[in-house]
Structures are given as structure tokens and as C-alpha cells.
Design a protein around this ligand. Structure first.
Ligand SMILES: [Zn+2]
Length: 387
């Protein structure tokens, strides 16, 4: 195992029957940085002379060559692996430095971000008075100038209604009246597609973090957690369609049902395929990337449809912009994931920070956040203008 400078000493202390201690020192050329997690057990309560003897096992990071086959996913990351650690030590390693630390935290922080978004969406303080004042001011400006350009500023209601969004719009007097009446009545469009997306994102981010943290435990744990990770990715992609399709085709049940049914079936098929053991083979990295890319790009169909029907509306342009940004982030993430850049250029140099999977996580977070912003625009659009 070629790696950076220094020596890693792997020491195991064994408790013998008479309290003698044997040490096995395996010295390998390896890393300078050590992050041992210690597990201590009392194995002799000091029957003789009241001396306590303890078993002590030290968990050290190992190199790629020392890994069992089920942990060998990326030969360009040479070092700082945890191998077959107990669950407790694997959990505690969230606070230690190894080659999965940043992978765990990028998505764990993302999970808490989306949890905060969900809580905010459900509990935001009413701002109806602000809406009315803003609308009144805007209407006055419109009347004074004779223009029909209206600036709207809205806020969430206590029931999670319209969001803080500013939109510069051409609207008719009739639609303004409808909007004001709708807001006054406190009516709001269904929230479930937006919450489905937030839940899909949280599930994906949490499963990803758990997988990176605990898959080192055993082959069985790795198998189960990788399936949950793939299911999470599929869930994020599928639920990303829900706000787009539901709010765009709110008044067109046929296309709404068609697109929602199609993407849900597509996602279920992807989860079924990912349950096959062969799916996680390292050489099928491209197949995995292609499958998730296919599901994602099928979102182009409802987006193009949206622009054909609502292209003149600013909300359609704004949401499509966010969706394009999301697509670009996800696509960049898939390319980085599949090509394993930059570590393939300099194996061993990005073991702890900067390797492709960390970049992939950051790009997924950026894409998910762009789609969240699109969701807010959909809500504000359909709260003001339902069918
Ligand atoms: Zn990951």
C-alpha cells in the first residue's frame, strides 16, 4: 500500500487469563495521521490483589490493500479507511478524521437544512397584512402610472401559505382582484407535493450519511445501507417531480396524473433494479450513473410541456431556471461520481478532502436547494392563482 509519509502502528492488546498482556504490532508504511477509537472492557475484576486488568483494542485506519472486497470501491483513495469496525466505533467515528468524514457531514448538514425548511414551511408566521399593504401600494403605483406592471411581495401564512417572493408581473385588474380575494380568504393550494419533496430530500440525505458512516461495519450492513442509499437517491429524484408536475398541471388532471404515475413507476423500477446484488459492482458505476441520469432527464418532458403552455408567465420562466440549475448541478455531480476526478489524477492526494464523492455530495446539495427554491415559487404562484 503506497501512501503518504510516516508509519502507522496497528496495536492490539489482548487480555490473557492471568492478566498478562501480549502485544501484536504490525507496522505498515502508511499515514502520518492517526485517529484511533478505543474500546475498553473490564475482563478481570481484580480477583487477585484487587488489580483491574483491561482488554483494550485500538481501531486504526487502514490502507486500501488491507480492505475486504466489499469495502473496495475506489482504488484511487489509498488510505484512511475504517474496516469492519463495531457499530459503536463506527458511529463515534463521525467525530473522527477518516476518508468518509466529509461525506458523512456534507449530507448530514444537508439533512438538518431541509428539516429546518420543513419546519419553517409548516410554522411560518402570518404576513397577510404585509401582503395587503404591498399589494395596495403596488396597485396605487400602477394606477398612478397607468401601467399594469405590478410588484408583488408575499409572505407565508400561519398555515404555510404563500412565501416571501417578489415577482415583477404583468397582471390584469381582474387577476389582481382574484389574488387579493384568494389571500384574504386564506385559501391555499395543496401542500403535499412540496412536503413530499422535502421528505424525499431528507430521506436521501439521511440514508447517504448513514451509509457513509456505518457501511464499514460488515458486508451485510454495507449491502443493506447501499440499497437504502440508492433508494434515497431515487426518492429524491422522483419527489423532485412532484411539485413541478402537480403545480404546473394543477388544472389539468390528465397530464398531472400521467406524469406523476409515470415517474412514480419509473422510480419503483429503479429501486427494484438497485436491489439486485450485481448493481453495486464497482465496474457498474457507469450503469448506476446512467440509470439515475435517465430518470432525471425524463423530467425534461413536463418542463418543456410547462414552457409550451405557460411560457409567457414569469413563474414558469423562474421555476424552469431553477430546474435547469438543478439539472446542471446533478449532471456535474454524476460526471464527477462516474469519472472519479480528481483522485484518479493523483491517487492518494485526495483521500481525506477533495475527492470526487465529496464534490458529488456538494453538487447534490446545491441541486436540491435550487429545486427547493423552485418549489417556493410554485407555491406562491398557485396560492394566488388556482384553477
Ligand atoms: Zn454518497
Amino acid at each position: 500500500m503506497a501512501s503518504s509519509t510516516g508509519t502507522l502502528e496497528k496495536t492490539t492488546t489482548i487480555c490473557s487469563g492471568d492478566g498478562a498482556v501480549a502485544a501484536d504490532a504490525a507496522v505498515e508504511t502508511a499515514a502520518t495521521l492517526k485517529s484511533p477509537l478505543l474500546e475498553e472492557k473490564k475482563c478481570d475484576d481484580g480477583a487477585r490483589g484487587g488489580v483491574k486488568r483491561c482488554c483494550e483494542r485500538q481501531y486504526e485506519l487502514v490502507g486500501y490493500d488491507a480492505l475486504p472486497a466489499f469495502l473496495k470501491h475506489n482504488e484511487f483513495i489509498l488510505d484512511y479507511y475504517r474496516s469492519e469496525w463495531p457499530i459503536k466505533q463506527a458511529l463515534l467515528s463521525a467525530f473522527a478524521v477518516h476518508n468518509e468524514t466529509i461525506n458523512v457531514w456534507t449530507h448530514l448538514i444537508g439533512f438538518f437544512m431541509f428539516l429546518a425548511f420543513t419546519v419553517c414551511a409548516a410554522t411560518m408566521v402570518p404576513m397577510e397584512s404585509g401582503v395587503s399593504a404591498s399589494m395596495a401600494t403596488s396597485k396605487t403605483q400602477a394606477n398612478n402610472t397607468g401601467s399594469r406592471m405590478v410588484v408583488m411581495t408575499m409572505g407565508y401564512g400561519s398555515n404555510g401559505a404563500a412565501v416571501a417572493v417578489r415577482a415583477l408581473r404583468n397582471v390584469s385588474v381582474e387577476s389582481e382582484l382574484i389574488a387579493v380575494a384568494s389571500l384574504s380568504a386564506g385559501s391555499q393550494v395543496a401542500r403535499w407535493p412540496f412536503y413530499a419533496y422535502l421528505c424525499g430530500a431528507m430521506f436521501c440525505l439521511l440514508m447517504s450519511s448513514a451509509c457513509h458512516l456505518l457501511a464499514c461495519h460488515s458486508e451485510h450492513a454495507s449491502y443493506v445501507l447501499l440499497r437504502l442509499d440508492y433508494a434515497g437517491i431515487t426518492g429524491l429524484i422522483v419527489t423532485s417531480f412532484y411539485p413541478l408536475v402537480y403545480y404546473t398541471f394543477l388544472c389539468d388532471p390528465f397530464f398531472r396524473t400521467l406524469y406523476l404515475g409515470f415517474i412514480t413507476l419509473f422510480g419503483a423500477a429503479a429501486v427494484a433494479v438497485s436491489l439486485m446484488p450485481v448493481f453495486e459492482a464497482p465496474e457498474l458505476r457507469w450503469a448506476r450513473a446512467a440509470l439515475f441520469t435517465c430518470i432525471g432527464t425524463s423530467g425534461l418532458v413536463p418542463i418543456v410541456h410547462k414552457m409550451l403552455v405557460f411560457g409567457a408567465r414569469p413563474e414558469a420562466g423562474l421555476t424552469t431556471g431553477y430546474e435547469m440549475a438543478m439539472g446542471a448541478f446533478y449532471l456535474a455531480g454524476v460526471v464527477v461520481y462516474a469519472t472519479r476526478v480528481p483522485e484518479r489524477w493523483m491517487p492518494g492526494k485526495f483521500d481525506l478532502a477533495g475527492h470526487s464523492h465529496q464534490l458529488f455530495h456538494v453538487l447534490v446539495m446545491a441541486g436540491a436547494y435550487a429545486h427547493y427554491l423552485a418549489g417556493l415559487v410554485y407555491l406562491s404562484w398557485r396560492d394566488v392563482e388556482a384553477c
